[in-house]
Design a protein around this ligand. Structure first.
Ligand SMILES: Cc1ncc(COP(=O)(O)O)c(C=O)c1O
Length: 415
C-alpha cells in the first residue's frame, strides 16, 4: 500500500535540482522550488495553499550542513551544523514534518511531507476544546555504517490504534504509520545525531483537527509527525534520579484513559512534577487512586524493582501506559537469565528492593538513586548506578544502536 508521501518543500541546502530518497516502499521527492520545472513548482504552490502549510518562523532553514566522516568508519554523511556534544531533551526545529488528514468516518489514505513549521487550526478544533488527541514517541539512531535504525515502530503504531479506539478517532494503519515515520526520518536525515551522540526523537500526533462546538468527535482528523535531535531526558544522564512518591494527586483512575497515550494525561501531572522539582527531586512516582498503596508509574516512564535475580514491575491494568521499553526490558531481562514478574507492587516493596529503575523511550533505562515517601527516603546502590540497571541499559541500547545482533527482530533498518 502506498501510504505516503509525496510532498513539496525547500531543502535548506538543496544538493541538486531535486533529490530522491527511497524508503522501502515509498519514493519521496524533495523538490527544490528554485527549479524551473512547472509541474514541480505547481506542486509547491498547491502545498502552500493547504491549511497546514503556513511556514512558521521557527523553520530551521538557515542552519548549515557539514559533511562528516564517522570516526568509527569511513562512511560520510551530511549533518546539520549544530553543537552535537551538548544535546539535551528539547525541541529543535528540523526540515520537514509529515501530515495526513481524513474525515470522521473515513480512513487515512495519503499523506505528505511539508516544510516544518506552524500549523493552522480552527479555534474550535476538537483537540483544542475537548482534548481529542494522542501522541507517540520513538527514536531513530544513526549506525556507524551509515544505516539508520528504528526500534519496534509497529508497536507505537499499534498503541496509537488502541488509543484512537478509546478516543473515538480514526488511526493510520500500522503500515501507514511505519512508512510515514520512515519518510519523515529520511527527509530529516541531517538532524540524526552522529553515532553515540544521541538520537532523533520522533513525535507522531493524532488529533481531532476539525471544528466542533457541542461535545462530539471532531469532523476531521490530522496525523502529523515531527522530529527533533535529542540527548539525555533527565539532566542526570545515566546518573541515578531521585523520585518522590505522590500522595495527593493521581495520574489515572480505573475506567479513565491512563492506559492510552492521550494528551490529556500529561498537563495534569505538571503541578506535582513542578512541586517535586522545586524540592530537588527529578520526578514523581504515582500510586493507584483507589488503595493509594500500589505503584503505578512515573510521569512519563514505567518503574521496575530488582530483588536478587527477580525483576518486578506493576501489572498493566488500564491505569498504566503499556510502555514499549517496559515490554522490551521484560524480554531482554528474561533472555539474560533474570526472572521477571508483572504484579501488584506495593509502596512497601520499595523498602525491600535492591535496585529501582525506570524505562521509557525518552529516559531509556534510568536508575533510581532514592525514593522519598511520606518524608522517608530510601536509597539504592549508594546512589550509584545499580548493576542490573547498568546491565539492562547496555543490553537495550546496544540493540537499539545496532551494536549487537537483533535476535528479537525488533530493529527496522531504513537503508
Ligand atoms: C506515562 C508514560 N508511561 C510510560 C512511558 C514509556 O513508554 P515507552 O517505553 O513506550 O516510551 C511513557 C512514554 O511514552 C509515558 O508517557
Amino acid at each position: 500500500m502506498d501510504s505516503g508521501a509525496v510532498f513539496a518543500g525547500l531543502h535548506p541546502n538543496p544538493p541538486s535540482h531535486h533529490l530522491l530518497l527511497r524508503s522501502s516502499q515509498t519514493a519521496i521527492k524533495l523538490i527544490n522550488p528554485l527549479c524551473t520545472d512547472k509541474k514541480l513548482f505547481s506542486s509547491l504552490q498547491l502545498q502552500k495553499q493547504s491549511r497546514f502549510a503556513s511556514f512558521g518562523n521557527h523553520s530551521n532553514s538557515n542552519v548549515n550542513s557539514l559533511k562528516v566522516v564517522s570516526p568509527a568508519s569511513t562512511v560520510s554523511f551530511e549533518l546539520a551544523d549544530i553543537d552535537w556534544d551538548n544535546l539535551g531533551f528539547g525541541i529543535m526545529p528540523t526540515d520537514y514534518m509529515y501530515i495526513m488528514k481524513c474525515s470522521h468516518g473515513e480512513t487515512f489514505s495519503k499523506g505528505e511531507l511539508q516544510r516544518f513549521g506552524n500549523i493552522e487550526l480552527s479555534p474550535s478544533a476538537g483537540v483544542l476544546n475537548y482534548g481529542q488527541g494522542l501522541f507517540e514517541g520513538l527514536k531513530a539512531y544513526r549506525k556507524n555504517d551509515g544505516n539508520i535504525l528504528l526500534f519496534r515502530p509497529e508497536e507505537n503504531a499499534q498503541r496509537l490504534i488502541d488509543g484512537a479506539e478509546r478516543m473515538c478517532m480514526p488511526a493510520p494503519t500500522v503500515e501507514q504509520f511505519v512508512e510515514a515515520v520512515k519518510a519523515t526520518v529520511l527527509a530529516n536525515e541531517r538532524w540524526i545525531p552522529p553515532p553515540g551522540k544521541g538520537s532523533l526523537y520522533i513525535r507522531p500526533l493524532l488529533m481531532g483537527s476539525g471544528a466542533v462546538l457541542g461535545l462530539s468527535p471532531a469532523p476531521e482528523y490530522t496525523f502529523l509527525i515531527y522530529v527533533s535531535p535529542v540527548g539525555n531526558y533527565f539532566k542526570e544522564g545515566l546518573a541515578p534520579i531521585n523520585l518522590i512518591v505522590e500522595t495527593e494527586f493521581h495520574r489515572a483512575t480505573p475506567g479513565g484513559t491512563g492506559g492510552v497515550k492521550t494528551i490529556g494525561n500529561y498537563a495534569p501531572v505538571l503541578k506535582a512534577q513542578g512541586a517535586a522539582k522545586a524540592k530537588g527531586y527529578s520526578d514523581v512516582l504515582y500510586l493507584d487512586s483507589v488503595h493509594k498503596k500500589y505503584l503505578e508509574e512515573v510521569s512519563s516512564c514505567n518503574v521496575f524493582l530488582v530483588k536478587g535475580n527477580l525483576i518486578s514491575t506493576p501489572a498493566i491494568k488500564g491505569t498504566i501506559l503499556p510502555g514499549i521499553t517496559r515490554k522490551s526490558i521484560l524480554d531482554v531481562a528474561l533472555s539474560q537469565g533474570f526472572q521477571v514478574e508483572e504484579r501488584l507492587v506495593t509502596v512497601d516493596d520499595l523498602l525491600d528492593a535492591d535496585e529501582v529503575f525506570c524505562t521509557g523511550t525518552a529516559v531509556v533505562v534510568s536508575p533510581v538513586g532514592s525514593i522519598t515517601y511520606l518524608n522517608k527516603r530510601v536509597s539504592y546502590g549508594n546512589e550509584g548506578v545499580g548493576r542490573v540497571s547498568q546491565q539492562l541499559y547496555s543490553a537495550l541500547t546496544s540493540l537499539q544502536m545496532g551494536l549487537t545482533e537483533d535476535k528479537m527482530d525488533w530493529i527496522v533498518e531504513l537503508k
